[in-house]
Ligand binder design. Sequence first.
Ligand code: SF4
Ligand code: SF4
Length: 341
Amino acid sequence: MRAKIVEKPTYQMIGPLKRINQKETVLSKTAWDPDFQALKLKYRQRRNDRIQTGNQVENFALRDAAWYLADSLGNQAGFMHGNEGLYSWESLARSEENIDSQVEVQKIEISDPADMSEKIKNAGRFLGADLIGLTELGEFWVYSHSYNRLNGQNDTINISFEDFKFAIVMAIEMDYEKFIKSDVEVSAATGLGYSKMAFVASHLAEYIRNLGYRALPCANDTALSIPLAIDAGLGEQGKHGMLITPDFGPRVRICKVITDLPLKPDKPIDFGVQEYCEKKCNKCVENCPAQAINGKKEVKNGVLKWTAKGERCFSFWCEQGNDCSICIKVCPFNKKSIYKK
Ligand code: SF4
Ligand code: SF4
């Protein structure tokens, strides 16, 4: 089925919608919940065992290199919290020796948001986004609080929804060849996706700032990426709970830039994912080693949707000492893009 543009996204809002505190997400819990702290220790132990006894030094060396930007200036892909490093909400300082330092930014007048939207999409693709779409920023998708795993700070997220009306949502394709190999190679592709996110989101945010507007680059922090990506017309949610795109299936990572730049939002798409997952396929359920996907839709924070049980999923990661993307790997929508040869 070809993707058709629709007026409403294919998830169902049941209500009441509730903003989520980032502290309640699985990876945040590894900093404060004793059960998850124990799992984190197990993960590290198992990972070290695999590197030292499993003759996997080279595989892990490439894996960890791919995660480098995400894990350093990329603030652990926003799993830590937002507004830091490359995901800072203001420009990072340049050296005074930089001869290109801006004198003063001139704010441009925008009389045609549709034209500006095209420029933003072109810039996003130039900077490395494989997919890009625009949406109004649904307040309910923004976390109520950020959470800093290093110091336990759990601050309210105060974004002015009057000013920051839009989100630019971008998907980065993860390497297909790596995704058909071992879990460590899959993780290398995942890490590179996260590292590219930090590059693309921060650079697009800087472009917007150079036009005189505000831009908040985000990874997994600050707002829920999947519903924003659906609203922006990038894809639909599948039974494994992840975004499925027409071009790359679920083999993408998502980042976004929240902005006060006037834009023309895109509309959601429908290419038959709901019916296919409902009636024709159950591969992610059958292949998940943690039984974390049960294939039943449930109401979560006011939205009827498929979700994976994050605790079970993370427990499996800790068993194998590495993350897992089997549900992405086995999904029939995980195909090689016909556009990227
Ligand atoms: S990542 Fe692995 S463990 Fe987690 S839901 Fe997917 S298949 Fe299951
Ligand atoms: S594996 Fe099958 S059921 Fe699961 S998300 Fe993909 S298409 Fe849907």
